[in-house]
Design a protein. Structure first.
Length: 319
């Protein structure tokens, strides 16, 4: 995401001060809570669970709770015993959702960051009828037609939605959002030319780009991504500093002892960096991050500052 050095408060780390020997943990199965079966969060949690089982020496099970907002899953883990046996795997919306609606948890106080597990850039794709071959041309076209261009977006506050609104804000544009209930109808209407552009995952868009049904102008990551080879970042095409990617985090309940957080981080990083796990995530459209708790905590703080302001300024609310 962003490489920012931030002083991490004790509240953000949210780890307990009691001494619990790491070698005594775990001595029974561990569960990873996430949202409903079948989506990206579920797939990421299941690959992670399989990777962790060997290192921890215990079964690691996935517990699916609730829908796409993740409130039920996050609240369950926030209220769980801080003993390392109930963990949370969830996208970055977990720590940006409180800017859009009331939630029963505090994303800083109630969780102990373990690691940012994986990330994925979005692609800015347009219908081929739109006469723009790069970001500079798209910005010029949008400025010449204020309020006349639109983009498809599924999920208020989703990574794709926020990517588009950050693009609007940084380029001084008014590209209008057309909201959809899911990614499939949003993509269908883009291909049909009913909307003109979209910020969507590489996994869902690249096949249509290769077939010529869509044109890819840029990735939303700060640097080029192996997930979308040959497609340049927005930041290198006239909007320096632009970056907004999908992220997925791994948490324990707040006040979980530091020894347990350290053990979980070590086993998570080791599992994620194995070639088999990296390949499975890559095929699913995600890249390994596998950072330290302090680094992950700094990313959360940075997101809350940057994306919180974006959400407030754009008046984004949960649908």
């Amino acid at each position: 995401m962003r490489t920012i050095v931030v002083t991490v408060t004790a509240g953000l780390m949210a780890v307990g001060i009691g001494h619990v020997p790491a070698q005594d943990y775990p001595n029974r199965p561990v569960r990873i809570v996430t949202i409903e079966v079948g989506g990206g969060n579920d797939n990421i949690a299941r690959i992670l669970a399989q990777g962790l089982s060997g290192g921890l020496g215990q079964p690691v099970l996935v517990d699916n709770r609730g829908g796409a907002s993740g409130v039920i899953a996050a609240d369950l883990v926030a209220k769980a015993a801080p003993d390392g046996y109930t963990l949370l795997s969830l996208s970055g919306s977990m720590w940006t959702l409180p800017f859009m609606q009331s939630v029963p948890y505090d994303p800083v106080r109630d969780f102990a960051p373990i690691s940012l597990t994986v990330s994925a850039p979005n692609l800015l794709v347009i219908h081929p009828a739109l006469p723009a071959k790069n970001i500079r041309e798209l910005i010029a076209l949008a400025k010449a037609r204020p309020g006349d261009m639109n983009y498809s977006s599924a999920g208020s506050g989703s990574s794709g939605h926020l990517s588009a609104e950050l693009f609007n804000a940084m380029a001084g544009l008014n590209i209008v959002r057309i909201a959809y209930k899911g990614g499939a109808p949003a993509m269908t209407d883009l291909i049909a030319g009913r909307v003109q552009l979209s910020f969507t995952s590489a996994a869902s868009a690249l096949a249509h780009v290769k077939s010529g049904k869509l044109r890819a102008l840029a990735v939303t990551s700060a640097r080029p991504s192996d997930l979308a080879p040959g497609i340049p970042p927005i930041a290198t095409q006239g909007l320096p500093g632009y970056e907004l990617i999908s992220t997925y985090g791994f948490f324990a309940p707040g006040k979980t002892p530091a020894a347990i957080i350290t053990r979980l981080n070590q086993e998570t990083v080791k599992a994620l960096r194995t070639p088999e796990i990296k390949e499975r995530y890559f095929k699913g459209g995600a890249e390994i991050v596998a950072n330290m708790p302090q680094e992950f905590a700094a990313i959360i703080r940075s997101d809350q500052t940057k994306l919180g302001k974006l959400i407030r300024d754009a008046g984004i609310k949960s649908e």
